[in-house]
Design a protein around this ligand. Sequence first.
Ligand code: ADP
Length: 383
Amino acid sequence: MDALPIAVTVVSVAIAVAVAELIALARERRTARAAGTAKDEEVADLRRRLEASEVERDSESTILASMEEGVLLFGPDGHTRLANQAAELHLGGRPSSIDALLPLGLQRIVRRAAEDRATIVTEAETGAPSRVLRGFAAPTEEGSVVLVIRDITETRRLDQVRRDFVANASHELKTPAASIQAAAETILTAAGENPSVIPRFAAQLEREAARLSRIVSDLLDLSRLESGSALDESVALDAIVRDEGERFEEPAAEAGVGLSVRAGGIPRVRGSSRDLALLVRNLVDNAIRYTRPGGQVEVDLTADDGEVVLAIVDTGFGIPSRDLPRIFERFYRVDRARSRETGGTGLGLSIVKHVAENHGGRVVVTSELGQGTRFEVRLPASG
Ligand code: ADP
């Protein structure tokens, strides 16, 4: 367990134990009243302690109610004495006793904590869609058990995303690295035996090295964007769109794709001109690369209700609807071969999404297979 969850859990347990002690104190008061034997002084003392503990109890219940961790207290008879809101949320309701506690993994550790007088931790899956709960059960001195529950579904998902990313990135880098090695070896051998093949392998070496460098450069951009964009400039997005349009005139002509750019007279955007240029570049590059010769790409920048709207529309291959939800994932490609052939890294749209979100904006894509695709980026105007 990480240090922070342990600290939080220890605090949770301490609070729950304190509440359990209050319950015991209240019982002591009832017993004293019933017996009628307590001396006046003792009664006064007890009242003072109770008043002090009521103040404490108020703040404790406020803390319990505001906690992200679920806290439950089961009495020695197995009945639920206390459950905060988070516990009800994590468990989908308040169990009346240990017997009614689900998932079973949690029930088991509460029983073992009571029997073995030991603190036990477990992780249990529950519900649909499935969630992972980490349970921490600890016995109290008077035979109750405190259960603290934390929802670790998101932490688990992020761990998985990170693992997949490292595996994918290594794989993507391995392919051009292996090609470079093979080309270099061939050139070395050919230098003595067959020099005429050298230019061909030198060209392969250059191509693969350029690909490697593009992947590394996109990875560096992504990792920088994950920590946010510097929003310290008042950016004229129309100028950026026009510049990027000019930069792509030649590649579009080479690909036989018509490119038209309309951008002018729109409000400025607060943000990073470098990152916004990256966003425009990736979308225009994709639109050209995924459009057949004879097709058309239109880039349109307009203002709409306090927002700046960048629309990039192509008459290209389109994207199957089943792939649409995934195209912003890192390294996700619909047509792997086409992406590679045209110099894609599989990271462009992930960069686009990060830049848009860093600027408080969003990206919407609509596409029809064989007809074309429209990417629309909406960013808040700064006035
Ligand atoms: P890549 O470097 O492979 O282009 P991206 O992240 O930019 O990676 O895009 C992810 C995938 O989305 C691409 O591989 C491609 O299959 C698809 N795609 C992106 N833009 C378009 C477009 N304008 N038309 C058709 N498919 C597109």
